[in-house]
Design a protein around this ligand. Structure first.
Ligand SMILES: [Zn+2]
Length: 318
């Protein structure tokens, strides 16, 4: 049996960076994680990335080098130029020639990709989306990311990016300020950050809640625990997030005729609480098919999804 090829993968989030060593079958052989601390200068974060990737490359069985590196980024890219143009949730990351920097540091070919695209590839090829032809994968994290599989291919659009679902507008005007500088984007309500913001708003207005911690410590994880005991703040937040997602997603599903939706990302733990209101709007607005024909899944791979997706992407080229 010929040796399996190995690759390095990096999933850069607004909160954490996860680095992995993967094989061509999408198996994760080793992984390391560290906080992004996105307030730091990009050079410091990049130095952390390089240290962790070098440590991982040394773990390849047989001691040979990995073939290439794929970097999933939460922002807008110029893939051909290897440039991260802007990342809304990472201030200071503007026009960073990341592919060249990483390629020089690691002496490997480097491919930049939208993080939602890597996540979607992972869930489609190795996770709950296996065997499907047309699906959307969304991630609820610091922002709301996503990827689209259309006719069994990852959709990149004309600008090698595509599917910035987090910045689709919820209304014609108004709404909370988004990291992208606009107002009323989906992720101001449905991301982990957006949900925490809604929770803090609830607390500030003096409405009842069992939460006794500091408002700034509120998170979807804490609100999920509160929702289990029927806390009105937590139930309100998840209902709002679900309604917003249902509104945006019903439009997308009517447009494209997709057969499945996968919800992953750090806040997917709240899936059971978000699902009812999401489905309420979604099924009411869906007109291209019976709602019962659309499958709704919680992501199955968790933080491994983008790493597995990186393997799928790189094995086509290296
Ligand atoms: Zn936005």
């Amino acid at each position: 049996m010929p040796d399996l090829k190995h690759y390095l993968a990096l999933d850069v989030g607004g909160t954490n960076v996860i680095a992995g060593l993967v094989d061509q079958e999408g198996r994760i052989l080793a992984r390391r994680r560290f906080p992004t601390n996105s307030g730091r200068p990009p050079e410091e974060v990049i130095a952390d990335m390089v240290v962790n990737l070098k440590a991982l490359s040394g773990q390849k069985p047989g001691g040979c080098r990995p073939e290439a590196l794929a970097v999933g980024l939460p922002g807008w890219l110029n893939q051909a130029a290897g440039l991260l143009i802007q990342a809304p949730n990472m201030p200071g990351w503007v026009n960073v020639p990341l592919a060249e920097i990483m390629s020089q540091a690691l002496d490997l070919p480097v491919h930049l990709e939208n993080d939602g695209n890597l996540y979607a590839l992972g869930e489609w090829l190795y996770g709950v989306g296996r065997g499907l032809d047309n699906l959307m994968v969304i991630t609820l994290g610091t922002g709301v990311g996503g990827g689209l599989i259309l006719e069994r291919r990852l959709w990149n659009g004309s600008f090698a990016s595509a599917v910035e679902i987090g910045h689709m507008p919820l209304g014609l005007s108004g709404g909370a300020l988004c990291g992208c500088g606009r107002r009323g984007c989906l992720e101001t309500v449905a991301s982990a950050t957006g949900m925490s913001r809604l929770g803090r708003e609830w607390l500030r207005s003096g409405r009842p809640s069992a939460y006794r911690g500091r408002p700034e410590d509120l998170s979807p994880r804490i609100m999920s625990e509160l929702a289990l005991i029927g806390d009105p703040m937590a139930l309100h937040v998840f209902r709002e997030a679900g309604l917003a997602l249902g509104q945006i997603l019903s439009g997308i599903f009517n447009l494209l005729g997709l057969e499945a939706l996968v919800i992953g990302g750090g806040a997917a733990g709240a899936f059971d609480f978000i699902r009812p209101s999401l489905w309420e709007v979604f099924s009411e607005r869906l007109i291209v098919t019976e709602p019962s024909r659309v499958k709704l899944f919680k992501g199955g791979l968790g933080e491994d999804a983008p790493l597995a997706g990186a393997a799928a992407l790189l094995r086509k080229h290296y």
